[in-house]
Design a protein around this ligand. Structure first.
Ligand code: ATP
Ligand code: MG
Length: 557
């Protein structure tokens, strides 16, 4: 486990860019973010977004959004819209919206050019025959019996493929490169396959669709992308990327690879996330436990926490696993500055202050955010009947050195209120505490305390009369396994307790002013965001994150 936190970020990519600017190869930088619209974006994509947009920003260039839509069976317009929304939410604006499918005509022309140059051929071998003839890195491939077809025949057959006259899987168009290359991708890679299937943008115009390698680099060239930043698994595609540039005589984009973002306890693969959605292990792509950007937005992660995180991780040349606690740290760091504090009690038990006058309400002044003076103050009603959390009371507490909170005869401060002393309690037949009795000391009012009394414990509380009842959804990690992508079936390591629903939490009345998507800190508990399932009569909160910071603690050790 490691992070690149202390290294200057984006270094080797910047180096390439600066070299190319200095040598005069380019005078302006053009990058692109190229998602395939076959799912929603996840935290891994956020890293690619940050890298591409921040490079363009730093060197005063531009970044385009290009949908790499060459697999008609998996792609949908909904995903196109979702992806746009997520990038905007992260705070980035792209220059142009582009689609690889808009280049299908140009790509076809280039394929014909290769055929005419004797650099591509139609292969009728079955997939099994092709793989049987593939060889190994040290042993060359066996040439296909169709490798030496005439230019005319190749052209005619490719036309037939295009016109929908051939069955899927019956033929492919392959580049003619080098069957002995140690790089298997250079051994006559497939350029086009037959798919007699409509596309979400081009309809039924096409029956052949280009392979990734015959679409991605060419699209970069069409758009004059100067630096094509991609993840490490494409490193061995680079010779092929450059071969097409040379053979087609097209714009020389430069491919630079960086390590994928892998996060502990997290899946970053759209295909696997889709499985979780389709098999109902989660409620949808926006289930707050998902590592997608839609889910993080719903859960209440601030976009800035995500882009800060991506920048902290930086770019690396080797794959590694980043501790998910670093992402959580970034979320807390951001929310600590921006979220107002409120009192919320997840597991309420009633506290009656017997010497406090019935019907009296004291309006206490509470600080909204100690990290932000401009956030101001709010009024917090204090009355004879309050709620406190069950976990703040013990019938037989250990020594006051170990448990500062309430117990029979013990004293604590009710924050922004008074010091109280527990004078008794009631239990039901099962032994659950149902009521706590106390007396308060009128000369201990916060800010006006003249008593000289000292107590160690401070509790949050909610006035019973004005309490707002709420449902709270507590999330834990979706996977128990630190590296869930390693298991054959990711569902094996799903955490059965990743969601706990608390039905009867009580919150101070100021939360009535919140709207969906607003985040507050429940003091001593964590950050909570109003969920979209909230209605006029029922507030629903997602726990965005608890206050416990395992990452920060680990760094101090
Ligand atoms: P997935 O396997 O989740 O579908 P992908 O790479 O196939 O991922 P694309 O839509 O093709 O998804 O990705 C768009 C861009 O985002 C690509 O440039 C890709 O390299 C980058 N990307 C995807 N996942 C990550 C990741 N985990 N870390 C960094 N970049 C990523
Ligand atoms: Mg992909």
């Amino acid at each position: 486990m490691s992070t690149e936190e202390n290294k200057p970020s984006l270094n080797f990519i910047e180096q390439f860019i600066e070299d190319d600017l200095k040598s005069g190869k380019h005078d302006k930088i053009q990058t692109r973010f190229p998602p395939e619209p076959n799912g929603y974006l996840h935290i891994g994509h956020a890293k690619a977004i940050v890298v591409n947009f921040e490079m363009a920003k730093k060197y005063k260039g531009q970044c385009n959004l290009r949908f790499d839509d060459t697999n008609p069976e998996k792609e949908k317009v909904d995903y196109v819209d979702g992806i746009k929304e997520d990038i905007k939410w992260l705070g980035y604006e792209w220059e142009k919206t582009l689609f690889t499918s808009d280049y299908f005509g140009q790509l076809y022309t280039w394929a014909v050019q290769l055929i005419n140059d004797g650099k591509a051929y139609v292969d009728d071998q079955t997939a099994e025959e092709m793989s049987a003839n593939r060889g190994t890195p040290s042993e060359p491939s066996k040439p296909s019996p169709y490798r030496d077809r005439s230019i005319e025949e190749n052209f005619r057959l490719f036309e037939e493929m295009k016109e929908g006259k051939c069955e899927e899987g019956s033929r492919v168009l392959r580049a003619k490169i080098d069957l002995a290359s140690p790089n298997m991708l250079m051994r006559d890679p497939a350029l086009y396959r037959i798919k007699n299937m409509p596309h979400h943008r081009t309809g039924s115009t096409w029956h052949v669709y280009p392979m990734y390698d015959f679409a991605h680099g060419q699209s970069d060239s069409i758009e004059h992308v100067t630096h094509s930043l991609c993840t490490l698994e494409f490193e061995n595609h680079r010779p092929l990327y450059n071969w097409f540039i040379k053979e087609l005589g097209i714009y020389p984009s430069r491919q630079i690879e960086f390590a994928r973002l892998n996060l502990s306890y997290t899946i970053t693969s759209k295909r696997k996330l889709l499985k979780l959605v389709e098999e109902d292990h989660v409620t949808g792509w926006d289930d707050p436990r998902m590592p997608t950007l839609v889910a993080m937005r719903r859960r209440g992660f601030p976009p800035k926490a995500i882009t800060n995180f991506a920048q902290k991780v930086g770019v690396a040349k080797r794959n590694n696993i980043i501790d998910v606690a670093l992402l959580e740290f970034s979320v807390r760091e951001e929310l600590n500055k921006t979220a107002n504090r409120v009192f919320g009690v997840l597991n309420p038990v009633k506290l009656v202050i017997e010497n406090y006058p019935e019907g009296k309400v004291d309006r206490m002044q509470a600080v909204n955010n100690p990290e932000d003076e401009t956030a101001g103050k709010r009024e917090l009603p204090f009355s004879r009947e309050l709620y406190i959390d069950r976990s703040d009371f013990m019938e037989n507490p250990p020594s006051p050195k170990k448990f500062f909170r309430l117990g029979p005869g013990r004293e604590v401060r009710l924050k922004y209120g008074y010091i109280i002393k527990c004078t008794g309690y009631e239990k039901d037949a099962e032994g659950n505490i149902t009521l706590i009795k106390a007396e308060y000391f009128p000369d201990t009012r916060s800010g006006q305390d003249t008593s000289g009394k000292k107590v160690k414990g401070t509790l949050s509380w909610v006035s019973a009369n004005e309490a707002v009842q709420a449902e709270i959804r507590l999330y834990d990690r979706l996977f128990l396994n630190e590296n869930p992508a390693n298991s054959e079936d990711i569902t094996e390591s799903l955490n059965p307790n990743s969601l706990t629903v608390v039905k009867n939490a009580v919150i101070e009345p100021s939360v009535k002013n919140l709207t969906k998507g607003d985040t507050v800190q429940f003091e001593r508990q964590g950050y909570f965001t109003v969920d979209e399932d909230s209605t006029a009569t029922q507030l629903v909160f997602n726990r965005t994150i608890s206050l416990r910071d395992s990452w920060g603690k680990a760094q101090k050790k």
